[in-house]
Design a protein around this ligand. Structure first.
Ligand code: NDP
Length: 269
């Protein structure tokens, strides 16, 4: 078992930031990287709004910069995911008070005086059966990962936030046409992102539409949408699409820590 004063779980911007500060405080932290080194940012195309990068920056470059900064002050990195935590044990070998045990990939054990949870979030799905039926067959939660497969095709993106607008714009560079399915009569995204979407001739925004089901033989070939024409009148509309991209927000990755750590109903600590 490895003992450390500070163990950080997660390698997104929060994890690396914690590592920079903890290592500069001489705590010699160990950082467990998790399933995706660099975190969720790694699946976006470009970061335009982080201070210090006037021309924007590729996410892999930015995360590598953060990692090297943490490494420079003595952070140790461990690849793999945490599979178990035991918070508040009193130190397995009688060392220290209030130590915590953290297991990585079911076997490697760490005893930490402090644990910093920086595990971020995962993409949310609508919860309809067809998402499961067509997973990997036209349904995706990451345009930058899968957009390439839909070159010159027609796709739909669900959501009205910045992620949905960014994904719709990204896909419009590859695809013939992009539908943006928005449940409200307006977009929630920032003004600059809204303008990009609304002025993009390849994107058609379907306000007040909800997805009922996806259709298709083996892969996604279409979607049935419910259009609310003003309560209680509803109309079912069909769109022909080859790909269906979810961009409706995220769920915090905190299941592993409950109930030891108190979370709100959405799962945020
Ligand atoms: P948001 O929570 O901001 O938006 C989620 C969107 O999905 C909302 O429009 C919401 O609708 C919609 N939605 C949620 N559940 C459903 C559902 N079941 N059916 C249909 N639609 C649904 O998440 P984002 O991921 O877009 O953004 C998260 C944060 O990250 C924000 O602060 C955003 O500004 C930021 N961000 C910034 C970027 C940038 O600046 N480049 C890029 C990406 C994200 P409703 O509005 O009706 O609630």
């Amino acid at each position: 078992m490895t003992h450390t004063r500070c163990l950080i779980i997660g390698s997104g911007p929060a994890g690396y930031t914690a590592a920079i500060y903890a290592s500069r405080a001489n705590l010699q932290p160990i950082l467990i990287e998790g399933p995706q080194t660099g975190g969720q940012l790694m699946i976006t195309t470009e970061v335009e709004n982080f201070p210090g990068y006037p021309q924007g920056v590729e996410p892999s470059q930015m995360m590598d910069d953060m990692r090297r900064q943490a490494e420079r002050f003595g952070t140790r990195f461990v690849s793999g995911s945490v599979t178990k935590v035991e918070f508040g044990s009193r130190g397995v070998e009688g060392r220290g008070v209030g130590c915590h045990k953290v297991t990585v990939e079911g076997e490697e054990e760490y005893e930490a005086e402090t644990v910093i949870i920086a595990t971020g979030a995962s993409a949310k799905f609508l919860g309809i059966q067809s998402e499961q039926d067509y997973k990997g067959k036209g349904v995706s939660a990451c345009a930058t990962c899968d957009g390439f497969f839909y070159r010159k095709k027609t796709v739909a993106v669900v959501g009205g936030g910045d992620t949905a607008c960014e994904e719709a714009n990204y896909l419009s560079n590859l695809c013939e046409q992009v539908y943006l399915i928005v449940r409200k009569p307006y977009l929630r995204a920032s003004k600059i992102m809204q303008d990009r979407v609304l002025n993009n001739p390849k994107i058609e925004v379907l306000f007040e539409h909800n997805t009922l089901r996806l259709t298709g033989e083996d892969r996604v070939e279409g979607a049935d949408l419910v259009y609310k024409k003003g309560e209680p009148e509803e109309e079912i509309r069909h769109i022909a699409i080859n790909g269906f991209f979810l961009a409706i927000g995220h769920k915090p990755n905190t299941d592993l820590f409950r109930p030891a750590v108190e979370c709100d109903e959405e799962g945020y600590i």
